[in-house]
Design a protein around this ligand. Structure first.
Ligand code: 2BA
Length: 109
């Protein structure tokens, strides 16, 4: 058995969740926050048999879109605070960040 940890943009959470249900994947969603952008994202935990991985990857690819986010950093602190602003910056955020872990044992009690 494998555990797929899949981090997606909050905006793709529902559409990916619906697609997973439709294909009978079991999953849990954990609300999470990206370390760099500090924006909310969604982390899916999906337990599955390895032979279903290709179908899962296709679902993720088809339902999670890459986006460009603009970050507006806070003004530089100090005597001249508010005068020197750091420029806004564009960051490409991937459709999904996926980790696959081998599971030694899976039990439901
Ligand atoms: P964030 O950490 O908020 O990162 C959002 C996007 O910012 C990243 O998109 C990447 O394009 C950019 N970014 C991240 N760190 C950067 C840096 N030091 N300098 C410049 N740009 C940077 P993605 O790579 O698609 O990642 C989307 C989200 O997936 C991340 O949100 C984070 O929550 C998660 N993630 C990505 N890689 C990860 C990893 N190796 N381990 C754990 N979580 C990861």
């Amino acid at each position: 058995m494998k555990l797929v940890i899949c981090i997606v943009n909050n905006r793709d959470k529902s559409i990916l969740g619906d697609a997973l249900i439709e294909q009978s994947f079991n999953y849990t969603i954990i609300g999470s926050t990206g370390g760099f952008l500090k924006q909310g994202n969604a982390t899916f935990l999906i337990g599955l048999e390895p032979n279903r991985l290709p179908v899962l990857f296709e679902l993720i690819q088809n339902n999670c879109k890459g986006r460009e986010e603009t970050i507006n950093p806070l003004p530089i602190e100090g005597n001249l605070a508010g005068i020197f602003m750091q420029p806004s910056m564009k960051v490409a955020v991937g459709g999904a960040t996926v980790f696959v872990i081998g599971i030694e044992q899976f039990q439901r009690f």
